[in-house]
Design a protein around this ligand. Structure first.
Ligand code: UDP
Ligand code: MG
Length: 344
């Protein structure tokens, strides 16, 4: 695309191409119905669409189900399960549309919202992100944990990571291009979306259950891992809290030490105090272990980063869209950070 051409498109956003990035892990049951519905929705908005399906190491028949369909599909298969963040990245790396929609394959992100999202994008908003309406059904402890997590994350004031925003979003090609430039392995998409900036607006939606009732692909371990990734990638607040705890405890220890010495000098008491001693030792060694753990978490992330491994490995790449020719002309879609080992 020539520069003049691009700025004209940015301004008018009239005739546009759309890529839909759909990460899929073990979705054989619902993926066909979903892709049909998605295609029906977006085909009425623009004639040039590609459905980028990323099979994130499914162990079921997701591949067969997707490839059996007669739709403009770009099918990527990762060589194993890399996780949703990387599957989405793989999709963004190959997406060629003027705008890119990221959406779950399980109908939990309402398709009815897409036309409104496109409208907003056409009116000049670069990123339209879905925000889940209040989650009243969640247990209180979970809401409290979520709140604490976002508080820990809110260290950097120059950009805000919106709570309750997920991966359901429509992005302008420029935002996608910016995302491709971020090389980190410690990948927390929600944070990266916020980091790249651009004019972004929320759009509320209600999250419904999966129609196939199969439940989330995220278990507690995966969720915890994701939370740690987010924290370590976007906030130094945990480290700072530990340092503060250290100062606080030393302060108290000093005061108490002075008190004991004074007591001994004034009243000449032999100090029994085993309980105090034991409690102090347990408390301090506990605090030290926590500190080591948190430090280790950050150092581990640095280790992951310096290894410079590619973000994901593509095992299969099948292009059944009409965007191939457009891409050849524009020649700007080479993945920046992903590794492609096989194409067809
Ligand atoms: N997913 C993925 N890789 C994973 C986990 C999930 O590609 O390791 C996909 C999954 O197929 C679905 C989307 O990410 O399309 C969201 O997953 P899920 O519905 O299980 O998560 P939740 O609704 O709990 O956020
Ligand atoms: Mg889901």
């Amino acid at each position: 695309m020539v520069a003049g051409d691009q700025s004209a498109r940015v301004l008018t956003r009239q005739h546009f191409t759309l890529s839909c990035v759909v990460p899929a892990l073990d979705e054989e049951r619902g993926i066909q119905a979903f892709l049909h519905a998605l295609h029906q929705t977006v085909a009425s908005l623009t004639p040039t669409v590609e459905l980028v399906v990323i099979n994130d190491g499914s162990r079921d028949r997701t591949r067969e189900q997707v490839l059996a369909m007669q739709l403009p599909i770009r099918y990527l298969e990762l060589s194993r399960n890399f996780g949703k963040e990387f599957a989405i990245q793989a999709g963004l790396d190959v997406a060629r549309g003027d705008c890119v929609l990221v959406i779950d394959a399980d109908f939990q992100h309402p398709l009815e919202l897409i036309p409104a999202m496109i409208d907003r994008w056409r009116s000049g908003v670069d990123v339209v992100y879905g925000v889940r309406r209040a989650r009243d059904s969640e247990p209180r402890w979970r809401r409290a944990a979520t709140k604490f997590f976002y508080w820990l994350m809110r260290e950097n004031r120059s950009f805000d990571i919106p709570a309750d925003a997920g991966d359901f979003r429509l992005m302008d090609a420029r935002a996608v291009k910016a995302l491709k430039l971020l090389p980190e392995r410690n990948r927390y998409m929600k944070g990266l979306y916020a980091w790249v900036g651009f004019r972004a607006e929320p759009m509320e939606f209600d999250c419904v259950g999966r129609p196939d009732r199969s439940g989330s692909r995220f278990n507690a371990t995966k969720l915890f891992e994701l939370a740690m990734t987010g924290l370590t990638a976007f906030s130094k607040r945990p480290l700072r809290l530990l340092a503060m705890a250290g100062f606080f405890v030393s302060g108290i220890a000093m005061l108490y030490g002075g008190f004991i010495v004074a007591e001994c000098l004034l009243f000449g008491q032999a100090i029994p105090g085993f309980t105090t001693l034991a409690a102090a030792i347990f408390f301090l060694s506990g605090l030290q272990l926590v500190a080591f753990g948190v430090l280790g978490e950050y150092i581990g992330r640095i280790y992951e980063e310096v290894k410079q491994r590619p973000l994901y490995v593509t095992a299969l790449d099948i292009d059944r869209t009409s965007m191939r020719d457009v891409a050849a002309r524009e020649a700007q879609t080479a993945p920046v950070v992903g590794a492609f080992v096989a194409t067809s």
